[in-house]
Design a binder for this molecule. Structure first.
Ligand SMILES: C[S@@+](CC[C@H](N)C(=O)[O-])C[C@H]1O[C@@H](n2cnc3c(N)ncnc32)[C@H](O)[C@@H]1O
Length: 356
């Protein structure tokens, strides 16, 4: 073995260590955001500047813990600190992203999802050796709730304003009264938003995880939407109903073990002139073109959540969260769809339209 010390480029080394410090801070910060959301700290801070003692009194929390949390938030740029008055506050942008649950850019759910998914690390490490899968419902509850909250913001921002209008003739059908299946609907964030926007249409949400379906039913009741929404536990290959004008799958085709089988079932369930909207994470076809912060985020979650979910089901195709358009096209056409196109996109999502 050579005893020669490696020649290091100190600038590259320093840049890498700098990135590491940011990443390590972010790893701990994820837990801080979950605490802040759970205890209503951001919402309380959104009401105006206050000292740690004032925030502790308002939120009935321990001032010492709170002071440490506030310092971490201010150091990370999630809370603003004024050294003169010794008060903490939120800027309008921080309120918009951290304190307003209905905002199209509400972020805490993403950290809840991240923290929840980390509970699976020991099991997934073992799966690297055994190849075993892990079903969606086997994860920590933070995965299920965080996913709903985080994804909902994206749907609030894009679904009605851009994604549905990008499909051929679908908006007009929904306004008139259409029959819609939302497959792999999770806790129903997308289903409920559509049901609210299109009261003349009937929506049927399906997911193979009964815990998510229970949550979706409760949300439908809370929002007074039970009239035009029904949620049922069913797999993408076995959900009931025919003659759907629209079938939607939001961020879940790549999680399925047999996406081709699911696509075949969806084609059979559609009306002859029906449409299938497929929302997937943004990805380029080649891995080398996904080497960026968005790709890093999706590949990491894909290792902990999406790939094990697919692997736990029959066939276990494991498309991964960075499948890209070409692989989705192949799945869709293998199932017999004759038309497929990228209807629209955002920095985080690709939206496809498939027709029988
Ligand atoms: C990333 S979550 C997305 C949930 C929801 N569509 C949303 O956007 O909030 C993936 C969902 O796919 C569901 N899923 C995975 N495989 C499935 C299958 N074969 N049939 C039905 N649902 C499935 C999971 O239970 C989970 O709810």
């Amino acid at each position: 073995m050579s005893t020669q010390a490696p020649v290091l480029d100190m600038d590259k080394l320093n840049a890498f260590v700098g990135q590491f410090v940011s990443d390590l801070g972010a790893a701990g910060h994820a837990g801080m955001v979950v605490i802040g959301e759970r205890l209503g700290l951001y919402k309380a801070l959104a009401t105006g500047p206050m000292t740690s003692a004032e925030l502790a009194a308002k939120t009935k929390t321990d001032e010492r813990y709170l002071r440490e949390w506030l310092a971490s938030q201010a150091a990370g740029g999630y809370v603003t600190f004024d050294a003169k008055s010794n008060k903490f506050s939120l800027t309008p942008e921080q309120v918009f992203t951290m304190a307003d649950e209905d905002s199209p850019a509400y972020l805490p759910g993403a950290f809840e999802l991240a923290v929840g998914s980390l509970f699976a690390v020991p099991r997934i490490a073992e799966s690297f050796k055994t190849g075993a899968g892990m079903g969606w419902g086997e994860h920590d509850a933070g995965v299920i709730h965080g996913c709903e909250k985080f994804f909902k913001s994206g749907y609030v921002a894009n679904l009605m304003s851009a994604w549905i209008p990008s499909l051929d003739g679908v908006q007009a059908k929904l306004e008139k009264g259409a029959k819609v299946a939302d497959v792999g609907c999770g806790k129903g964030a997308s289903t409920l938003l559509m049901a609210k926007a299109f009261p003349k249409s009937k929506f049927f949400g399906f997911d193979y995880h009964d815990g998510s379906i229970e949550g979706a039913r409760m949300s439908a009741q809370r929002q007074g939407l039970s009239e035009n929404v029904t949620f049922s536990t069913a797999s993408a290959k076995g959900f009931s109903g025919t003659n759907y004008d629209l079938v939607t799958v939001f961020d879940c085709l790549h999680d399925m073990g047999d996406p081709v089988g699911a696509a075949k079932h969806i084609r059979e369930s559609l009306a002859p002139d029906g449409s299938w909207m497929i929302v997937e994470p943004f990805a380029n076809d080649e891995m080398k073109d996904n080497m960026n912060p968005v790709g890093r985020m999706f590949y990491s979650f894909s290792t902990l959540l999406c790939t094990p979910c697919s692997r736990s089901q029959e066939i276990g195709l494991c498309l991964g969260a960075q499948a890209g358009e070409k692989r989705i096209h192949d799945v869709v056409t293998e199932a017999g769809f004759t038309r497929f196109r990228r209807a629209t996109q955002t920095p985080f999502n690709l939206v496809y339209e498939a027709r029988p």
